[in-house]
Design a protein around this ligand. Structure first.
Ligand code: LMR
Length: 327
């Protein structure tokens, strides 16, 4: 009897110890390739988090929409099926209208201005703007400025896209942007874009050099115009309840790993986009169309009506604060 009791106790203790040693599994899902700013940032976060919290956390990174694509990732985060995602700032309008700010055409002069705004008090406050919906923003990660591409030879002036079909991200602002140009926007998940371009379901799209290269869009587009008319950046988000429920030392370690991974990803975003721009040029498949001052002014003018349309939803104060980030 005594023996049985002792064996039972030992088993309970062993289970308890084994149980206590189980690392917390953190799934980080995203939609882009590994050799992109976001792909590299996610891997760096894994490395740092596991180093800072040995045996306590295990980070599993799932790139290229392998685990969840655009359509499902937010829902999966809220259901607890994934703990970290980093959607582009264009994909949040079901949760907050404020982030639509980042989609206003020609809002920011360059990625440095985007960075200045994100680092400001107004920018940081947006990380907490979806708490009521169960979403906690942890960091902004850069990708870069967007370029416009199409399957036509001419892509210099706004009139060149009239009547063409463009794939857009899940964003009403981007929809209005293409409508202002007289083009036909179509919302579509990132994982479907290559095929849609290849089969002619759409004529064009807008994206960063790293996405255009890693998704091979340049192989199925004739021209890429250097418009820099908008930005594709990310908010790394987590489930607010899960985050608050973590042991304090784990949350602290993860927050530190996130801050370091953010600095790393943001530092290399420009380089990766520059590298991919060169690779696209070297491949000689799509023509890279530089634009002059007059051309850019024409694009800016054609897209300008979008600002007024969304000012009420975004808030004039926020737009003014973002404009201050342009020097
Ligand atoms: C897109 O959907 O075009 C991109 O924003 C995907 C991404 O996450 O960079």
């Amino acid at each position: 009897m005594k023996l049985l009791f002792a064996a039972g106790l030992a088993a309970v203790l062993a289970f308890g110890v084994a149980h206590a040693q189980q690392p917390i599994v953190i799934k980080f899902s995203h939609v882009v390739a590994e050799k992109t700013p976001k792909g590299q940032g996610a891997l760096k976060f894994k490395e740092l988090a596991e180093k800072k919290l040995p045996g306590k956390v295990q980070v599993q990174v799932f790139p290229s929409s392998q685990l969840f694509g655009d359509a499902k990732e937010m829902e999966a985060l809220l259901l607890g099926d994934v703990q970290l995602i980093a959607p582009s700032l264009s994909k949040f309008d079901r949760y907050t209208k404020k982030l639509q700010l980042f989609d206003l055409p020609f809002m920011f002069d360059d990625i440095e201005a985007v960075d200045r705004f994100q680092s400001s008090a107004d920018g940081k406050a947006l990380l907490d703007s979806m708490k009521g919906k169960g979403i906690q923003g942890l960091a902004y990660w850069h990708n870069g400025m967007k370029e416009l591409s199409s399957d036509k030879d001419r892509l210099k002036r706004p009139e060149d896209v009239r009547g063409l079909k463009f794939r857009i991200q899940q964003s009403d602002v981007l929809e209005a942007q293409f409508r202002a140009l007289g083009a036909n926007p179509q919302k579509m998940a990132f994982s479907e874009v290559y095929q849609a371009l290849q089969t002619g379901v759409v004529d064009g799209q807008e994206n960063t050099w790293s996405n255009i290269y890693s998704q091979k869009f340049y192989e199925v587009q004739k021209t890429i115009a250097v418009t820099n008319h908008g930005v594709i950046d990310y908010m790394v988000i987590t489930n607010a309840k899960w985050w608050q429920g973590l042991p304090a030392e784990v949350r602290k370690g993860l927050a530190e790993a996130m801050a370091e991974a953010t600095a790393y990803a943001n530092k290399m975003a420009n380089d990766l986009n520059e590298r991919d721009r060169k690779l696209i040029a070297d491949a000689g498949k799509a023509k890279i169309q530089p634009l002059g001052k007059d051309d850019l002014a024409a694009w800016r003018k054609a897209m300008a009506p979008v600002w007024k349309k969304f000012e009420g939803q975004i808030g004039k104060d926020l737009i003014d604060a973002a404009q201050k980030a342009n020097k």
